[in-house]
Write a protein that binds this ligand. Structure first.
Ligand SMILES: [Zn+2]
Length: 68
């Protein structure tokens, strides 16, 4: 597994997540452990190297929750 650190697009806190390097195209929806908003994560690996990582606000998600 590959641990990747990124910033929440809502609260900018550092978050880490574990990625499977053997899956070339990955898409996840994670909730931020700090602000609980949903983050859409797209990951591309090529020959076990991380090529692309994007974390964006989930479309259509109302970012108005204040507590978990
Ligand atoms: Zn957050």
């Amino acid at each position: 597994m590959f641990e990747h650190f990124f910033q929440c697009p809502y609260c900018w806190e550092d978050i880490s997540m574990l990625l499977d390097v053997f899956v070339s195209n990955q898409k996840y929806v994670e909730d931020c452990e700090v602000c609980c908003n949903l983050i859409e994560i797209t990951v591309i690996f090529e020959e076990e190297m991380l090529i692309s990582f994007s974390s964006v606000m989930l479309a259509h998600w109302q970012a108005n929750r204040t507590a978990c």
